[in-house]
Design a protein around this ligand. Structure first.
Ligand code: ADP
Ligand code: MG
Length: 697
């Protein structure tokens, strides 16, 4: 049943069909509810007026009350401008227009007193404001609301008089007609406990604040509410899922014990052991596991995955591991095959380039149950791939997969959904994890295997290239291998290719004595694999590549990572790339090459890389620089839908809101208590519009 806030915006006084159409197209505002949530992005203090003598060059927009003394047209053609000479009791200045001259001219009678608003600039010895906003001075204008909302708008809307001021006008209308319709969405108890103001008041204050303290309260209230319902939704999904989906009981550890006693090549770290225990608890619980394993690059996630696989197989099930790229799937296959062979377990690789005849065998052996472990790319998701009994599905480097793709994995076992283990090497700040993966259980591998030497990272400018090459030579002479990585140029595959080809040529010229591999995005996958394999086997000494090698590739003998145009990479990507070295016993290096002039953000990114190897610290800086909308994986999660709250700045409110949501559900998981009715109503009204969250795993 459509409610008051579903009323189409064209029915609001002062809007009408044409403006409504523009608001739809330009700002996705369709209903009263949409418009009401078009919050101002800042406010202008209109209580303060400047005297002309007080103007100085540091000021942003100012208001000046002045009398028009003379208006004149200066210049010709393109350079024509309209100048109004104005004055107050302290001095004179100019208001200037370059466009819309005819229209403005009519509004400037000599002797009239106006409030002018704009940014003052000094020309010669006179202050001037170009294209000021202006309104006639009336008795009420000096004591109006101190804070004027500033709304985001677009060129097209401006042309239709829906500039910030125009939006503010229709907003005033809307707030007036809807004020009594706004219903409280949070229970009294929560309002009291967290000292939040009521919804109506908050909505009114956010648009038309009467004083700074009240605006503060309004922002806090609306941010809290936004986080609260986001977290509530996630937590409800988690509860629903756990209740709904039984899980196959996988509790046999025989193979694990055998592997542990006879074959494991190294002692597990404490963190690896803990995470394996956490997953084991889930797998034997009779509920479906949905667990995210976060572990920095090199923390040994693959071994954790393999051990979980052993638990599944001992218990009579099969397991699969899905990787985002063919290279990575290959590498996992090679690595795990070694262990699987030791254990006498049949393992296979399924990617797009596997031949039809081999595929057929794989399909058959999966169905018969003979094949225990299947490694692959999203080729695994095809409907023809059916298991006898898939017990555990592992997804590596999670952010590369879409939600829908992951959901497909679930459908591979009809009796029980498989247990799902998602592994990501992109450490993310806790607040973001809470939200992105709020409905998953999270394990963190927060320890690197012993004996790793921290990677040394330096920043060098392009002019130092010869020295850098000299260094590479020395390392290669010691028997090491080197990566040289070029940025992916997203706009153009051709440019991308040119970039890496130019690089390849200059490296070949600088190192004529060494065999060199090259890998890039548009290469045929056989060629890619061939080049990659040569590098893995140590036949080539240098790997020239675009970021296709970013994820997961493991060549322990490679000890130097050179990143060209490092200023063009994001932080988490730099960190991922760096993680390709430092995997062996030798000291490893990461050399960030950049041009000399850098933007402030680029500089912070490079400095952060040089300062720390800690993925979580890097993730924090990244979140601060970029905001959550840009971080990998967030686009599909609905996080970018946050209207007022900001994950990078409002972490404290998020924590409170999550606590509150947890408490509510702990006491009343179905939201059936009378006091929780406001919450239920809001949840129901959100359902219609919300993204389908139900299968993020
Ligand atoms: P990631 O977590 O980045 O996927 P990998 O699983 O590729 O890391 O492991 C990185 C390297 O560390 C591999 O060569 C792996 O064999 C090795 N490794 C994993 N766990 C341990 C451990 N406990 N002790 C020593 N080496 C380990
Ligand atoms: Mg990995």
């Amino acid at each position: 049943m459509p409610g008051f806030f579903d009323t189409r915006i064209e029915f609001l006084k002062g809007v009408g069909p044409q403006k409504a159409d523009l608001l739809n197209k330009e700002l996705s505002i369709f209903t009263y509810g949409d418009l009401l949530q078009h919050y101002p992005f800042r406010y202008e203090d209109r209580s303060k007026f400047y005297k002309i003598r007080q103007l100085h060059s540091e000021l942003e927009n100012v208001q000046v009350i002045a009398r028009i003394q003379k208006v004149e047209l200066i210049g010709m053609g393109n350079k024509k401008r309209l100048v109004a000479h104005v004055a107050d009791e302290t001095g004179e200045m100019e208001m200037t227009w370059f466009k819309g001259i005819q229209w403005v001219q009519k509004k400037l009678p000599t002797g009239a007193v106006y409030i002018f608003l704009g940014k003052p600039a000094l020309f010669g010895r006179k202050w001037s404001i170009a294209h000021p906003e202006m309104e006639p001075l009336t008795q009420s204008s000096e004591k109006r609301n101190s804070f004027q909302p500033v709304y985001s708008t677009t060129e097209k809307l401006r042309a239709r008089f829906l500039d910030s001021k125009g939006i503010s006008k229709i907003m005033e209308q809307l707030v007036q007609v809807s004020y009594t319709q706004i219903q409280e969405s949070l229970p009294e108890e929560i309002l009291a406990a967290y000292q939040l103001i009521g919804k109506r008041e908050a909505v009114r204050q956010i648009h038309f604040p009467t004083e700074p303290a009240l605006l503060q309260n309004a922002r806090k209230r609306l941010k809290f509410e936004e986080f609260f319902f986001l977290q509530l939704r996630l937590l409800m999904m988690k509860v629903a899922r756990i209740d709904k989906y039984r899980g196959q009981v996988l509790d046999n550890t025989q193979l694990l014990t055998d592997f542990y006693q006879n074959h494991i090549p190294f002692e597990l770290t404490g963190a690896q052991k803990r995470v394996i225990r956490e997953a084991y608890q889930d797998m034997k619980s009779g509920k479906q596991m949905n667990r995210l394993i976060q572990g920095d690059v090199g923390s040994g996630k693959t071994m954790v995955a393999f051990i979980c696989t052993l638990i599944a197989i001992s218990s009579g099930a099969q397991a699969c591991l899905m990787a985002p790229t063919e290279i990575l799937a290959n590498q996992h296959y090679e690595g795990l095959k070694e262990y699987a062979d030791l254990m006498g377990l049949k393992i296979a690789l399924l990617t797009g380039s596997v031949k039809k005849s081999s595929r057929k065998i794989i399909h058959e052996e999966l169905l018969s149950g003979e094949l225990k472990i299947l490694i692959g790319t999203h080729a695994l998701l095809e409907d023809v791939v059916q298991f006898k009994n898939l017990g555990l599905a592992i997804v590596d480097e999670q952010h590369r997969f879409g939600v829908a793709q992951r959901a497909k994995l679930w459908a591979k076992n009809e009796e029980f959904y498989p247990h799902v283990l998602v592994m990501t090497a992109t450490p993310i700040p806790r607040t973001l994890a809470m939200t992105l993966y709020g409905d998953l259980d999270v394990s963190v591998i927060d320890e690197l295997p012993a004996g790793r030497k921290p990677i040394q990272t330096v920043h060098r400018y392009d002019k130092d290239r010869l020295k850098v090459f000299g260094f590479l030579k020395k390392e290669i002479e010691k028997g090491r291998q080197v990566y040289v990585v070029y940025p992916l140029i997203e706009e153009s595959e051709t440019l991308d290719l040119k970039n890496v080809m130019d690089g390849y040529e200059s490296i070949t010229r600088a190192f004529p004595e060494y065999p060199i591999s090259i890998v890039y995005g548009s290469q045929k996958s056989q060629d890619k694999d061939f080049e990659m394999q040569r590098f893995v086997k140590g036949e080539t000494k240098i790997m020239v590549a675009t970021t296709v090698i970013e994820v997961g590739v493991n060549v322990p003998n490679a000890s130097v990572m050179v990143i060209e145009n490092a200023e063009r990479f994001g932080l988490s990507q730099l960190h991922q790339l760096r993680g390709r070295v430092g995997r062996g016993a030798e000291q490893s290096y990461c050399i960030l090459m950049s041009k000399y002039e850098l933007s402030k953000d680029s500089r912070v990114r490079l400095e952060t890389m040089v300062r720390t190897n800690d993925g979580f610290e890097i993730a924090d800086v990244d979140l601060r620089l970029r905001g959550p909308g840009d971080l990998m994986g967030t686009q599909q999660s609905g996080i970018t839908d946050l209207l007022i709250a900001d994950l990078s700045k409002d972490a404290p409110i998020l924590t409170l809101a999550r606590d509150a949501a947890q408490q509510v559900l702990a006491e009343d998981s179905t939201l059936s208590l009378p006091k929780n009715q406001p919450i239920l109503r809001q949840v129901k009204s959100q359902k219609k519009t919300a993204v389908n969250w139900s299968r993020i795993s």
